[in-house]
Design a protein around this ligand. Structure first.
Ligand SMILES: Cc1ncc(COP(=O)(O)O)c(C=O)c1O
Length: 395
């Protein structure tokens, strides 16, 4: 059968990134590729206890269809999490989603007609870029520096693309760069977007995983007129396999969102929502997150130390204050897709920078994940990469 696919379906089933991640998934490969949390920190026993309690207490109820925007108790608990992030939200402003990835998809579906402009940081989160492209968006990249998206460049961009549908940003420990937007830039971004009448989609799956520097309020905190749609997730603070995230937005947006969510999947897995709600009642989330941040701080510092030791001296790298990624840049225009091939022969993997750019690819760049490998793997993997980089740079 020759299927007549819709425009948004990729014509090629070859997906370079999927291939990279597949290669990296070989158990013999030390992988700094995927954005995976440390599985040894998943709260397995606590989740099991919460699950037993939920079945004992709610039995059939949790196996039934439920409300589209989520379990009301969990939505209330999310308003508390948001307070801790300096955002006042009511239950009606919260929508539970099947991972924040679903929120990215639904918001894109709600906003993008083919040919519409979406403004993104350059580089940005690959799976968001793919979603926006699938709805036919024209992506316009705004350059970044160590302080996040350059708001002066953004101001120029919105003057040129006055009808842009939204600005997508990851202000905390950005994927892929690990960089954090300063407080001044956050305020300025909200101001520029408001003046231009363009909404912001603030994607914040990593914000709670801060191990250094000062905690900064999200863009949503500075939003006084509902222009910011905030997304977050339990994936990095509990477990990504549970596929639980949330969205915070104005009531009027939520009413439309609810209809889109209903079309997509009626509601997010009810059982999982009850389990996480019970978990939040029984377990000290802050203590659990502290365990994660301590471990990630250690791994990030170890990796940075080894980069300084084994990579060429002129290499630049980001200095993340949290999250899971370090962004590396080798001066001299090295092709990191080629470097990947050399590395994979030596059983070590990363993601080449080419995967993350909406605009021109910046050569010599790549992303390293530090959360998923143990100390020994980090030591051996960075050493192997150092050798491979030396080979490529020498040639
Ligand atoms: C920036 C960003 N947004 C969203 C997601 C999706 O997370 P989830 O759907 O697991 O909540 C990820 C996952 O890695 C991410 O890096």
């Amino acid at each position: 059968m020759k299927f007549r696919y819709a425009n948004g379906v990729p014509t090629s089933t070859e997906n370079a990134t999927a291939n990279i991640l597949k290669a990296a998934a070989d158990p013999n490969v030390i992988s700094f590729g995927g954005g995976l949390p440390a599985p040894e920190l998943f709260p397995v026993a606590e989740m099991k206890a919460a699950t037993d309690k939920v079945f004992d207490k709610y039995g059939r109820l949790v196996l039934q269809y439920a409300q589209t925007l989520g379990y009301p108790k969990l939505r209330e608990q999310i308003t508390d999490l948001m307070k801790d992030r300096h955002v006042d939200a009511e239950v009606e402003n919260i929508g539970v989603v099947t991972g924040s990835q679903q929120a990215i998809d639904l918001v894109a579906r709600m906003m993008i007609n083919p040919g519409d402009v979406v403004i993104v940081e350059d580089p940005s989160y690959l799976a968001a870029i793919d979603v926006f492209n699938s709805y036919g968006a024209k992506l316009v990249g705004v350059p970044m520096d160590e302080d996040g998206m350059k708001t002066d460049a953004l101001a120029e961009t919105v003057k040129k693309y006055t009808k842009a549908k939204f600005i997508y940003t990851i202000p905390n420990f950005q994927n892929p760069t690990g960089r954090t937007m300063t407080e001044e830039r956050r305020k300025e971004l909200v101001r520029v977007a408001k003046e231009a009448g363009i909404p912001i989609v603030e994607d914040d799956p990593y914000g709670a995983i801060r191990y250094a520097g000062k905690k900064l309020p999200p863009l949503k905190h500075f939003d006084k007129d509902g222009g910011v749609i905030y997304l977050s997730s339990f994936s990095k603070i509990l477990a990504p396999g549970m596929r639980l995230g949330w969205l915070v937005a104005d009531k009027s947006f939520m009413d439309h969102f609810s209809l889109m969510k209903q079309n997509a999947d009626l509601h997010t897995d009810n059982l999982t929502q009850y389990i996480v709600s019970q978990f939040l009642l029984d377990v000290d989330l802050k203590k659990h997150v502290k365990k994660i941040t301590d471990a990630y701080e250690h791994r990030a510092n170890l990796m940075l130390e080894l980069i300084d030791k084994y990579f060429p001296k002129n290499v630049h790298h980001s200095n993340p204050e949290g999250g899971m990624f370090i962004w590396v840049e080798i001066p001299g225009g090295v092709d990191t897709d080629e470097l990947f091939k050399t590395c994979i022969k030596n059983n070590v993997a990363f993601v080449p920078g080419s995967a993350f750019f909406a605009g021109d690819i910046k050569p010599g760049t790549f992303r390293l994940n530090f959360s998923n490998m143990n100390d020994e793997q980090i030591k051996e993997g960075i050493k192997r990469m150092g050798k491979a980089i030396a080979e490529v740079v020498d040639n």
